[in-house]
Write a protein that binds this ligand. Structure first.
Ligand SMILES: *[C@@H]1O[C@H](CO)[C@@H](O)[C@H](O)[C@H]1NC(C)=O
Ligand SMILES: *[C@@H]1O[C@H](CO)[C@@H](O)[C@H](O)[C@H]1NC(C)=O
Length: 516
């Protein structure tokens, strides 16, 4: 009896609010039971959409197979009276449908969702990607318990930022393809839409290339720790179908393992044999060819090339690079990096049809004026360096306050998850920016660097904090206080736990997953 009471409390407090909080959300208190044969349909006169058909069958299946719909879970929950109206079908309309929808920073992701007292359900969205968000919101309302507890529900929603990223690092620890699928699933649950894939670094080069197979053959941790080209395409396709675009990154000229597979384009007579040699013209031909091949694997409009933390002693310790610098009046390592990016701009990027992104450090390097017009900088150190980056001509993605692997974001004095998620949640991306500067902020990104994380602890270390960042990037400016978010985040973590995601709990609470 005691257990039953607890679960009743759980059932009434849970499954009520989608995360991130919709821009407009209202709900009542009537129950709807969710049919085990929930179907979705487009209007009769709509063109068939393979993209949405795939999403419909995925959500029909995931909602009816939710852990809370199992007989065991249902036996623990208060039974619904047989007169409870059923949610059994939902109509979905897209106002600007496309047979081949593309997700970019200009995609309209807005949607509305209405669930009536009688169980009727309608979704309308500007694009297929808005429809995906509506389906996710619906699946969250249906909870993991096969019951909507709070009909009628009315949602009118759209994200604050078009770029809501999660960065993962498959160089420090190899992340298997099936785990990348899992990461995408956790992103979808918090409505992230950019997977920034930091594929390679000094530690390993796991991605294959048909043109340059030696990069992975010599650079991977193990022959098994390699993404084949079909694997790479599979991850892109898996994510795309779920409304997540994949932006690949190969960091240059440093933070690489280029020297293992391509010593001829790396500095070989200095202290850093994995750093590309900016003084060697072959480097730029190589990069253009490699990135052209990868552009056909990763169709995303963005390409990320790192550019961070180049150790200038890699240049000065090399007799050949030093000699070249003297002969060419390049004064120091900073100037040589400028030269490198100018070459990338003039000879690597043309023809790739990509918008370039780089890490933008507090020292301003790489300088925006050395990059192609329209490039963006990921501000990964101080948030206060955003105005300078913007004023030098780059768009900005903010990630500095959202390093998921760091345990003291923003100077917080405690290591507790409670303070971490709250600190990350409290960040206001527009802080210190003029309206003109604000217009150059594409969005933000939570970064999970891989030194201390592998597929076994990723969920616990990343997912809850990332969810907090996701809501900050979604809700309108000025909305969303830590106090208001706490209970909903507990609910979201429970929802993720019910889906088999080992997201870390934020506070003492009960979740049905504890007894299933
Ligand atoms: C939320 O509602 C307000 C007031 O009706 C409206 O102006 C706004 O556009 C809505 N926001 C979204 C994202 O639908
Ligand atoms: C260039 O990229 C844009 C956006 O990704 C795409 O729509 C366009 O078709 C591409 N153009 C070419 C020539 O590939």
């Amino acid at each position: 009896m005691k257990l039953f009471l607890t679960l009743s409390l759980f059932a009434s407090a849970s499954a009520s609010t989608p995360w991130p909080l919709p821009a407009n959300f209202s709900s009542g208190s009537a129950p709807l039971s969710v049919s085990s044969a929930l179907t979705f349909s487009l209007p009769d006169d709509a063109a068939p959409s393979p993209f949405l058909a795939d999403a419909f069958s995925r959500y029909s299946e995931s909602i009816s197979n939710a852990q809370g719909c199992s007989a065991e879970a249902q036996s623990l929950l208060p039974p619904q009276p047989s007169s409870t109206p059923q949610l059994s079908s939902c109509s979905v309309s897209v106002s600007s449908p496309s047979s081949d929808p593309s997700l970019t920073v200009s995609t309209d992701e807005s949607y509305s969702l209405y669930l009536a007292l009688d169980g009727s359900c309608s979704i309308s969205a500007a694009s297929e990607f808005g429809a995906l968000h509506a389906l996710e919101s619906l699946s969250q309302l249906a909870g993991e318990t096969c019951t909507v507890t709070n009909a009628p529900v009315s949602i009118s929603d759209s994200p604050r930022f078009a770029y809501r990223g999660l960065m993962i690092d498959s160089s420090r620890h190899f992340l298997p393809v099936r785990f990348l699928e899992h990461i995408v699933d956790t992103m979808v649950a918090s409505k992230f839409n950019v997977l920034h894939w930091h594929i390679s670094d000094t530690e390993s080069f796991p991605s294959s290339s048909a043109l340059f197979p030696e990069l992975a053959e010599k650079g991977a941790w193990s022959p098994e720790a390699v993404y084949s080209v079909p694997d790479l395409k599979h991850v892109v396709d898996y994510a795309y179908k779920r409304g997540v675009r994949v932006m690949p990154e190969w960091d240059v000229p440093g933070h690489g393992s280029w020297g293992k597979g391509k010593p001829e384009v790396s500095i070989q007579d200095g202290s850093c044999t994995n750093t590309l040699d900016p003084t060697n013209p072959d480097v730029y031909d190589f990069l253009h060819d490699f990135l052209s091949e990868m552009s056909s694997v990763f169709p995303d409009a963005n390409l990320f090339l790192g550019g961070d933390e180049v150790d200038t002693s890699c240049f000065t310790s090399s007799p050949s690079v030093s000699k070249w610098m003297t002969e060419n009046n390049i004064a120091d390592g900073v100037a040589l990096q400028s030269y490198f990016w100018q070459q990338v701009t003039s000879t690597v990027m043309p023809g790739l049809n990509k918008t370039l992104g780089v890490w933008m450090a507090d020292d301003g390097i790489p300088y925006p004026e050395d990059l192609p017009a329209g490039s963006f900088g990921n501000v990964w150190q101080s948030q206060s360096s955003m105005p300078a980056v913007i004023d030098r001509g780059a768009d900005v993605v903010l990630s500095g306050p959202w390093y998921l692997d760091q345990q003291q974001p923003g100077g917080f004095q405690t290591y507790a998850l409670q303070a971490l998620w709250q600190g990350m949640y409290a960040v206001e991306p527009f802080s210190g920016l003029t309206p003109a500067q604000q217009a150059k902020v594409l969005g933000g990104e939570a970064c999970m660097w891989g030194e201390g994380v592998n597929a076994l602890d990723f969920d616990a270390l990343a997912v809850t904090k990332a969810a907090a960042v996701a809501e900050r990037l979604w809700v309108p400016q000025g909305e969303g206080t830590v106090d208001d978010a706490q209970e909903r985040l507990e609910e979201h973590v429970c929802r993720l736990n019910m889906r088999g995601v080992a997201a870390e709990a934020v506070a003492q609470n009960f979740c049905l997953s504890d007894v299933l």
